[in-house]
Write a new protein. Structure first.
Length: 119
């Protein structure tokens, strides 16, 4: 799950409207690897990435339990709650960093609107 957390902080997103956990990327293999990892974490069947009109690949899962857990980790832009899941051992640190760097994204907290943005 550490790799999934890294990807979500990079290029993925979690949406409370439908409890969606999603990723859109140009690399099919990356989207498929994310789908496999997330499916294992959610105990759901693996979904194949779907190609969008712009040529990118999207993976979408829905889970209210995951949404609530994930949002509880990132309250008010504070990432310290992630430590328990990311710094468990060397392998989880490696998996988290792999997910974050493969995603090539970053984390932003907008104080003016109190929203967390994952870009």
């Amino acid at each position: 799950m550490a790799c999934v957390l890294g990807v979500l902080l990079g290029d993925g997103w979690v949406d409370g409207r439908d409890y969606r956990i999603a990723l859109s990327v140009k690399d099919y293999e990356f989207a498929l690897a994310f789908s496999h990892a997330l499916a294992i974490g959610l105990n759901k069947p693996v979904k194949q990435p779907k190609q969008l009109s712009n040529g990118s690949w999207r993976v979408v899962y829905k889970s209210k339990a995951f949404y609530e857990w994930y949002r509880s980790l990132l309250q008010r832009g504070d990432l310290t709650n992630l430590k328990e899941y990311v710094e468990y051992d060397r392998e989880t640190v490696r998996a988290f960093l792999l997910g974050l760097f493969d995603a090539e994204g970053g984390y932003t907290y907008r104080r003016d609107r109190g929203k967390k943005l994952f870009t």
